[in-house]
Design a protein around this ligand. Sequence first.
Ligand code: G6P
Length: 367
Amino acid sequence: ARVDKAGHKHFMSKEIAEQPTVISEAINFYLTNDGKDIALPGEGIDFKSLNRLTMVACGTAYYACMTAKYWFEQLAGMPVEVDIASEFRYRQPPVTDGTAALFVSQSGETADTLAALRYCAGKADQILSVVNVPESSIARESNLALPIHAGAEIGVASTKAFTCQLTVLLLLALKAAHMRGKLDDDALTDLLSKLRGLPATLNNAMAIEESVQGVSQSLSKVKDVLFLGRGMMYPLAHEGALKLKEISYIHAEAYASGELKHGPIALIDEKMPVVVLAPRDALFDKTISNMQEVMARGGKIILLTDQAGADEVSEDVWQTIIMPEIDPVLSPILYALPAQLLAYHTAVAKGTDVDQPRNLAKSVTVE
Ligand code: G6P
């Protein structure tokens, strides 16, 4: 079927707007009828017999893996290794007994990711993949391919595939936590019911678009932007920086908030805005103290937080974008939205070719 822009100016904006719908489709695909458990296709995954998960991907899919590492470690107590496919494939990493190798790819055809999969075949206990195209090479060469149900993604910069990848990876981490006895039935039911509420929250969060548009007008005039985050917001900072450079051609870099003083703080001046991703979670105070270090050096802050967070920060933050409250476990999926919208509106303000950015391809099937 031909996919059109459904009244949107760009595929990217259509795909951003579709996220509540496609995420709910992904959730519904994996939940049992009573909504209390996760049913994986085929033989499923015996997480009890595994002692390590190795996740490999490229680009945005790599940042989905980086986020999932926090979920698998914190919820399921599973050791996780995450790597970029082009590095992993040539490093000759040992794949030890009890390892499941998991490859995340929207297209399922990325050359480096496929090569990394082939390297693990015969070495890992199980080859798993999280893909958007079920008939792709990566899906076909996996023991178990888990679809993300994002639907066709046309914009070169990945948006809905990213949040659907996160959704499926979170479901896997929850399944692993439950099977490994780290999450009891009630805790699982509770998190699953919160996850079912996420599409509605994401829909409400679309209300930030106007204020993001305002901020983006200013962003479109700068040369460099720094993104900071801690914990699960750290991979999101990377994704935000990647989106911005991909479509607006503005140099953007992400740092773990705690690394600020080990280098990037030297760059801070009034010309480089700093996007701080900081929902009011357990790490909020730490991130905010890093934010204050930036402000003390004249840095201009764009703070992405919730109302509780904004209430605690009374100083002169340049711009604050208020997100709905969310369980911290789910925050990476929700905070993908402002990261995407910032990049999108900045690119629109600059007049770049949003859906077909220069030098980039949707699917990189050559090395
Ligand atoms: C290209 C695309 C990115 C994507 C990456 C990995 O660079 O432009 O949006 O994240 O490939 O693609 P995959 O299909 O493996 O997810």
